[in-house]
Unconditional design. Structure first.
Length: 164
């Protein structure tokens, strides 16, 4: 992997593994891979991985994503007072419903869709619908960006919707 690192940075590359691990994924990303996936993934998943990577995104496995999301919540706890930009943490939820705020906060603490559903007494399908609505309203691409917004490490990009 290290030998290939200089070349991997030149083209969008996805690393495949028969037995994927978070550590191997981190090594692949460190070497310049833009995605990491199980070799035995269904063809439609591989097509989705390729589409994400070709559009400039990263394809990260669920367990690694959960670790990253959990780490963002720990960053907020460890951040010195005053370090977070004014208004970043407090303004993120103004356009969300109460239930969407609950889903976003639970997700930002590192919970999976199944764990969110269990905690809030709703179905996974409903969680997915809420997550989609939240991502759209906050103009973020994925769970990691959402977690960074909720935990005060980044700001959602409010969109000017015209005069009201």
């Amino acid at each position: 992997m290290e030998r290939l690192a200089p070349r991997l940075k030149l083209v969008p590359c996805v690393a495949l593994s028969d037995l994927p691990t978070d550590e191997e994924a981190i090594a692949a990303f460190s070497a310049g891979a833009r995605g990491y996936c199980n070799t035995h993934a269904f063809p439609h998943v591989l097509i989705q991985v390729a589409a994400v990577v070709l559009q400039g995104g990263l394809w990260i496995g669920e367990s690694l994503m959960q670790r990253l999301v959990s780490a963002t919540s720990r960053l907020q706890v460890q951040a010195p007072a005053g370090r977070v930009e004014a208004g970043v943490r407090s303004g993120w939820s103004q356009d969300l419903t109460d239930r969407e705020k609950e889903v976003a906060a639970t997700l930002a603490a590192g919970a999976s869709n199944k764990e969110i559903a269990r905690a809030l007494g709703i179905t996974e399908r409903t969680v997915k619908a809420h997550v989609g609505a939240i991502l759209e309203k906050l103009h973020v691409r994925d769970r990691l960006q959402l977690s960074l917004v909720v935990n005060g490490q980044a700001s959602g990009r409010p969109q000017n919707r015209g005069a009201a």
